[in-house]
Design a protein around this ligand. Structure first.
Ligand code: FAD
Length: 343
């Protein structure tokens, strides 16, 4: 299989990985960014998009989502390639370059790698139901890409937060039926959404099954027919179902890193803070995943680390080529205009 190729592969599209695209672009280096999530932004987008951040230099206040939008705009001129919704699972060296194997079976090839993996690959929390894997992507979903997919379907939604409540309200107009299952009688969603949910329940357009817990799945050939739910008095009920949407939040998974020979542990990847170099030549770690004495797990530290790693990656990729450092005010965005290097 042919691999797509760039100067640098960035693992993680959190704020630090996205800023690294810009830092590399300033030095004339192209990048490909991979993230397990379907959306760029890491913790800022996935965990606190609406919350204000107060300690980004020159920004008195910016929301998590607002910061990511601006970082994406800042790096856009360097035309990074994004591969979202897939994990980097393997990292192998071949003839001084690196091959990254992604969870969808594709490969990326690059001369240097920046690991900006934060607290690990984000993925959905799966309910512990026997055989659920066989239905995933066919009848069981952890996010909604297109609501149309559920038109005319009997949908069961599990969860008690904003995502579960929002989609129950939205799909009430599209699906044949919507049943919302939650282990508590109260929902942790925005008050307006809860009010809309209650209105739809009174009108018979959404059925609320709460408190109930998911108990099992019944169906065949990846097609779900019934979801079994258990009530507090231990009665088990079968809900007719074509699609089950589970919204139980996100889990973080650092397990892939264990096989990359970077001495990674649950505290991160040890690096030289001067260059962010890991113990493998051409592989750098930045942002929350990087570990060194005095490390601050802050976005602003991650930005500085991305700049240091970009310079070190340039030196790794262009050995022996003299680099004249200049401020961006003097250079503009030179990666777009002219070569930086003189022999
Ligand atoms: P992350 O944002 O964690 O992004 C890493 C990305 O890498 C993830 O999207 C993940 O899916 C992806 N990834 C990991 N492994 C793989 C793999 N194998 N394959 C594919 N993708 C992978 N910091 C501040 O400076 N100021 C604040 O006010 C602040 N407030 C916060 C509030 C909350 C509630 C939280 C949770 C954090 C806050 N932080 C704050 C911390 C800040 O969000 C982190 O320091 C920052 O997100 C780290 O950025 P990152 O790019 O290193 O990693």
């Amino acid at each position: 299989m042919s691999a797509i190729s760039s100067d640098v592969a960035i693992i993680g599209a959190g704020p630090v990985g996205i800023f690294a695209v810009f830092a590399l672009g300033q030095l004339g280096l192209s990048s490909i960014v991979v993230d397990a999530l379907h959306e760029a932004g890491g913790q800022c987008a996935a965990l606190y998009p609406e919350k204000p951040i107060y300690d980004i230099p020159s920004r008195p206040s910016v929301s998590g989502a607002g910061l990511i939008d601006d970082l994406l705009r800042q790096s856009e001129p360097y035309a990074p390639a994004y591969r979202l919704g897939r994990r980097v699972e393997t990292l192998r060296e071949r003839d001084g370059r690196y091959e990254l194997g992604l969870s969808d079976g594709t490969q990326i090839e690059a001369g240097a790698v920046l690991v900006a993996a934060g607290a690990g690959a984000f993925g959905p929390n799966r309910p512990p139901l026997d055989g659920i894997e066989a239905y995933e992507g066919h009848s069981v979903f952890y996010s909604v890409r297109t609501a149309e997919r559920f038109r005319g379907k009997r949908v069961v939604i599990a969860g008690g937060g904003d995502s579960a409540a929002d989609w129950a309200v939205f799909l009430a107009d599209i699906a044949a039926s919507v049943t919302l299952v939650h282990r508590r009688p109260v929902f942790r969603a925005a008050p307006g959404t809860v009010a809309a949910l209650e209105r739809l329940a009174r009108g018979g357009r959404v059925t609320i099954a709460a408190p109930r817990t998911l108990e099992g799945l019944e169906g065949s050939d990846a097609r779900l027919e019934r979801v079994l739910v258990r009530s507090p008095d231990d009665a088990v009920e079968a809900l007719p179902c074509d699609a089950l949407l589970c919204f139980f939040g996100l889990a973080k998974d650092l397990s892939a890193l264990a096989g990359w020979d970077l001495a990674a542990d649950r505290h991160g990847i040890p690096v030289d803070p001067a260059t962010m170099a890991t113990r493998r030549p051409g592989i750098f770690a930045i942002g929350d995943i990087a570990r060194y004495s005095g490390k601050l797990k802050l976005i602003l530290s991650g930005f500085a680390e991305a700049a240091s790693a970009a310079h070190a990656a340039r030196a790794h990729l262009r050995p022996g080529i003299v680099f004249h450092s200049e401020y961006s005010t003097s250079r503009g965005r030179p990666g777009l205009e002219a070569a930086l290097e003189v022999r």
